[in-house]
Design a protein around this ligand. Structure first.
Ligand code: IMP
Ligand code: MG
Length: 182
C-alpha cells in the first residue's frame, strides 16, 4: 500500500460488485427512456467510476464530460464549486444521468443540477459512487449511491488529493498530516 494511504476503505472487489449492482438499478430506472440516456459526468474525479459504470450499461447513450473544480491545490477543504465552462451539450428533452465521484457538502452537485435543469431536459437523475453520510446537505438529492462512507478524506478510484492518487485501484483514506489546510 502507498505511504500516503492510512487504510483501504473499499477494495477493488467491492467496487466492482457494487458498481455492477448500481448499473442494474440505473437500467431499471431508465427502462423507458426513448432516446437513450445523456450522461453528464463531472471531471475529473468521476473518470474511473464512469468508465466502469458505462460498460455495464447496455443502453443507447451520449456522454458529456464537464469540468468542475472545488478543491484547488493542496487542500482537503472545499472552496465552492466552479463550472469551468459552458461545457454542457444540448440537453433539451433528454433523459440525463449526472455522474460524480462523491457527494461531500453538495456544493458541486447543487451547481451542476441547477445548470442542467435550466437546459430543459426531460428528466434528470444523479449517481454518485460515494456519499459522506454525515455531511451531505438534504437539499441535494441523489438517486443512485454506491457507498455511504464516514467523513474522512479519501483518494483512489478516480479521487485525488492535489492531483495525485487517482490511479489507485481501491478507495483509501488519506493520511492526515498531508493536509496543509491552506
Ligand atoms: P462537494 O461540492 O463538497 O460536494 O464536493 C464534491 C467534490 O469535491 C467531489 O466531486 C470531489 O471532486 C471533491 N471531494 C469531496 N470529498 C472528497 C474526498 O474525500 N476526496 C477527494 N475528493 C473529494
Ligand atoms: Mg469532483
Amino acid at each position: 500500500m502507498e505511504a500516503a494511504i492510512e487504510r483501504i476503505l473499499i477494495s477493488p472487489e467491492s467496487l466492482k460488485t457494487r458498481v455492477s449492482a448500481l448499473a442494474g438499478e440505473i437500467v431499471d430506472a431508465f427502462g423507458e427512456a426513448p432516446d437513450g440516456v445523456t450522461i453528464v459526468a463531472i471531471l475529473s474525479g468521476s473518470i474511473i467510476f464512469l468508465a466502469d459504470l458505462i460498460r455495464e450499461l447496455p443502453m443507447r447513450m451520449r456522454i458529456a464530460l464537464v469540468p468542475v473544480s472545488s478543491y484547488p491545490g493542496r487542500t482537503t477543504r472545499s472552496r465552492g464549486a466552479k463550472l469551468e465552462s459552458a461545457a454542457l451539450p444540448d440537453l433539451a428533452g433528454r433523459d440525463v444521468l449526472l455522474v460524480d465521484d462523491i457527494l461531500d457538502t453538495g456544493g458541486t452537485l447543487r451547481l451542476v443540477q441547477r445548470e442542467v435543469a435550466a437546459a430543459g431536459p426531460r428528466s434528470v437523475r444523479t449517481a454518485v459512487l460515494l456519499r459522506k453520510r454525515d455531511k451531505a446537505s438534504p437539499d441535494v438529492s441523489v438517486d443512485f449511491v454506491g457507498f455511504d462512507i464516514e467523513d474522512v478524506f479519501v483518494v483512489g478510484y478516480g479521487l485525488d488529493f492535489d492531483g495525485l492518487h487517482r490511479n489507485l485501484p481501491y478507495v483509501g483514506v488519506l493520511r492526515n498530516e498531508t493536509d496543509s489546510g491552506s
